[in-house]
Write a protein that binds this ligand. Structure first.
Ligand code: ADP
Ligand code: MG
Length: 370
């Protein structure tokens, strides 16, 4: 039996597949890739994924899960211990093959941008164009400066630029040699939150406009959801799910993914007469769990609605105002806590008794070990 089962009622929401699925062979293909700094403890294990032309893939996960290692292996800065990496159908990494980064024709934006402090903006951007003919080089630098909106700043040095401007230089430098793919390691981590949102939108439009195949590393699920066609979630060096943002959120492959990408509660249930009986009510058992089986039902805040106030077995524990909504923590009769979102104008008192109704359009079940 699957450890995770999705039940979706007919006529309800469908989660989109990547718009690029089914097209010709992928631009990037990782096959069972393992990389290790110390042979006993691989930093990433058995990673397989594909990225198609023009697609944006986000590598998402907490600190230390192996995002940078995976990106550096693709760029050619780390060797692979097991497995293969193909770019444009060519084998570029395996235990016996290793193409250097410049031969792979990938552009890289490092976490700290790694700009050359002694070079001005134009020379930073033109750094990878040494082999180009002079007039072509000048014209490409000019084109990149226009593309990232740095006109009038081309003679400035990195220390004379804001964080956002430095990031644009790093982006322009990576894009200047017309790479087959752009790799970015947490490109917004040095920016303040307002700037991050602005630069994220700019980057998104730039990548779409130029149809640049990209891999973006982030630990922020909002960022991954906003940017990606596909999100690859890493946990302790393993790829635990690679799917569209919608599928990652609504149909997570395991409780780790469920909690990493949003608020999730897990309610114990038991299969009785073909249904999953829980203290919130009965859910359909379309996953084929056998009678008597113990499962966990994943409940998101938007799966529940407060329908009775002043009566009911549950009690409001706290309210968190989030601008566009209120997030309520609600204590069930069993003592278990669940979370429920309500509109920003729906304000209920703490301690008020309430009743809850399930409005989930699909249900995700996990095996309950205990
Ligand atoms: P992330 O980018 O997701 O934070 P990393 O890929 O940097 O994760 O790290 C994955 C694992 O590899 C971590 O356990 C980290 O400590 C280890 N690691 C990363 N770089 C090195 C290195 N240069 N030498 C030894 N271990 C490293
Ligand atoms: Mg990292």
């Amino acid at each position: 039996m699957n450890s995770q089962t999705v039940m979706q009622s007919p006529g309800t929401k469908k989660f989109p597949h990547s718009q690029f699925q089914g097209e010709s062979s992928p631009l990037l293909h990782l096959r069972h890739v393992t990389c290790a700094y110390h042979s006993q403890h691989p930093a990433v294990r058995d990673i397989s994924l594909s990225v198609n032309q023009g697609e944006i893939l986000c590598l998402l996960g907490p600190s230390g899960c192996g995002k940078t290692t995976t990106l550096r292996a693709i760029a050619g800065f780390e060797k692979v211990m097991i497995g293969e990496i193909y770019i444009n159908g060519r084998l570029v990494s395996s235990p016996t093959v290793h193409w250097p980064p410049d031969k792979r024709r990938v552009g890289m934006v490092f976490q700290d941008y790694a700009l050359f402090p002694h070079l001005c903006v134009a020379d930073n951007i033109g750094f990878g164009l040494n082999q180009w003919e002079d007039s072509q080089r000048k014209s490409q630098i000019h084109k990149m400066i226009e593309l990232v909106g740095l006109a009038d700043l081309e003679r400035r040095y990195p220390h004379e630029l804001s964080g956002g401007q430095q990031q644009r230089v790093a982006l322009a430098r990576a894009l200047a040699p017309n790479p087959v793919m752009l790799l970015m390691d947490e490109p917004f981590s040095n920016l303040d939150p307002d700037m991050t949102i602005k630069m994220r939108k700019e980057l998104y439009h730039l990548l779409r406009q130029t149809k640049t195949t990209s891999i973006l590393v982030t630990h922020d699920h909002d960022e991954a959801f906003a940017m990606a066609d596909q999100v690859a979630v890493l946990h302790e060096g393993n790829l635990v799910q690679c799917d569209t943002p919608e599928t990652i959120y609504h149909v997570p492959s395991c409780p780790f993914v469920a909690e990493f990408v949003g608020q999730a509660d897990f309610i114990p249930g038991n299969i009785q007469n073909g249904k999953v009986e829980t203290e919130l009510g009965a859910f359909t058992n379309q996953g084929g769990y056998e009678g008597g089986a113990n499962v966990l039902v994943m409940v998101r805040p938007d799966d529940l609605q407060i329908t009775k106030v002043g009566a009911g077995n549950a009690r409001i524990e706290s309210r968190q105002f989030r601008g566009s909504e209120n997030l309520y923590a609600i204590r069930l009769a069993s003592g278990r806590l669940v979370h429920c979102s309500a509109s920003s104008t729906e304000i209920y008192d703490v301690d008020a008794p309430v009743g809850l109704t399930i409005i989930a359009t699909h249900t995700v079940l996990f095996e309950h070990q205990s």
